[in-house]
Design a protein around this ligand. Structure first.
Ligand code: IMP
Length: 180
């Protein structure tokens, strides 16, 4: 897998250290609140697993699946719920856990949807954020791992055509892989 990267952006240890910092911040902000962490499948699985295990406070985990990208590298603009959460959101402190915010389209749709279910609060935690999301300002990421360049990246849960999610670091996928 590593041979398909044109550049390694973050080593596993760097991600681990940053995730621990975020966990400490979340522990302190949500102390005694039994935060409802909502992971967005499939990309957020690694972040959710590492984040929650670095926490000391109680939390609950739930999952949603949303389609945003097809199997390629460009945003399709299509957002739809493929799998909803099991837990009711009303009155809960919700923290949405996402792998990466690119255009912010997926999350802004999701936030509107979750807000209509009357949570006590709702915030976003994302492992990575691209410049487009900063420019568009349609979503505020309260707990962010790293700001990264706009290149197509893989690893730490992020895939290309279903592959590379299990790469432990984060790297830029060599365009030769998808340009054929
Ligand atoms: P957005 O709606 O444009 O913010 O896209 C968010 C979703 O697109 C993420 O949850 C990822 O699944 C996917 N995505 C965006 N950028 C990348 C990337 O560089 N590599 C892999 N998936 C990406």
């Amino acid at each position: 897998m590593a041979d398909d990267l044109s550049e390694v952006l973050y080593q596993p240890e760097e991600i681990e250290a940053r995730v621990k910092e975020l966990a400490a911040q979340i522990d302190s902000d949500y102390a005694g609140k039994n935060v409802l962490m909502v992971g967005i499948l499939n990309g957020a699985v690694m972040m959710m697993a590492d984040l929650t295990r670095a926490m000391h406070e109680h939390c609950q985990m739930d999952w949603m699946a949303i389609s945003s990208y097809g199997s390629g590298v460009a945003s399709s603009g299509v957002v739809r719920i493929l799998k909803d959460m099991n837990a009711p959101v009303e009155g809960r402190h919700v923290l949405v856990v996402e792998d990466i915010v690119d255009t912010g389209l997926t999350l802004s749709y999701l936030l509107d949807n979750l807000r209509s279910r009357n949570p006590a609060s709702i915030e976003i935690c994302a492992a990575f954020r691209k410049p487009e999301a900063v420019r568009a300002q349609n979503v505020q990421v309260k707990y962010l791992g790293f700001d990264i360049p706009s290149d197509f990246v893989v690893g730490y849960g992020l895939d290309y055509d279903g592959r590379y999610r299990n790469l432990r670091g984060l790297g830029i996928l060599d365009p030769k892989v998808y340009s054929g």
